[in-house]
Design a protein around this ligand. Structure first.
Ligand SMILES: [Zn+2]
Length: 181
């Protein structure tokens, strides 16, 4: 999986030297040229802050207006949840994630989280309509059956009706990058 390379999680703890530290918060600094990360050591519990410069930083603008670093891992988790038990190959998932990340890179400047969600939806619509509806129900904050029905109506033919039946049974999903708060 190439999507994790941009943000290495490993960073040595300055107290005990163990490399197993966890990122507990990330936010952009210096107009997005630097990422400030709070980390916690899994071994001794020490917490420390790193400022990582010179990494290509993709920023996402949340609905609240807050900027956050683009997280391929969060995006991956969200899309993977929507694809649970669906007949979609891991390579197709990887390709979708790479396409979305490439588009976000090409965008330049902070990309609205809604736009990223829309890219995911466009990709899922081609791959699998059930996954598409699952992701859409989270992404669009559907308020009720009316919204859901309109989305289904936008899909075509028999498969859309099948998708609706499956979609109604599925539990609400958390969808990574478009729903983090
Ligand atoms: Zn430590």
């Amino acid at each position: 999986m190439t999507t994790g390379r941009r943000y290495p999680e490993g960073m040595r703890c300055p107290m005990c030297g163990v490399e197993d530290t966890r990122v507990i918060d990330s936010r952009p600094a210096d107009q997005g040229t630097t990422i400030r990360r709070r980390r916690a050591c899994a071994e001794c519990g020490h917490r420390f802050t790193t400022y990582e410069r010179g990494v290509p930083v993709l920023l996402v603008r949340k609905r609240s207006g807050r900027l956050e670093p683009f997280s391929p891992q969060k995006l991956h988790r969200g899309v993977e949840a929507a694809l649970a038990d669906r007949p979609v190959s891991p390579s197709a998932l990887a390709e979708l994630l790479e396409d979305v990340e490439a588009a976000a890179t090409a965008h330049g400047g902070p990309m609205p989280s809604e736009a990223i969600g829309r890219l995911v939806l466009d990709g899922l619509r081609v791959l699998d309509e059930v996954a598409y509806l699952r992701f859409a129900s989270v992404y669009k904050d559907f308020q009720g059956a009316g919204d859901f029905g309109r989305e289904v109506a936008a899909l075509e033919g028999e498969s859309a009706r099948d998708a609706l039946e499956v979609g109604e049974d599925s539990a609400p999903l958390r969808a990574g990058v478009v729903k983090q708060s």
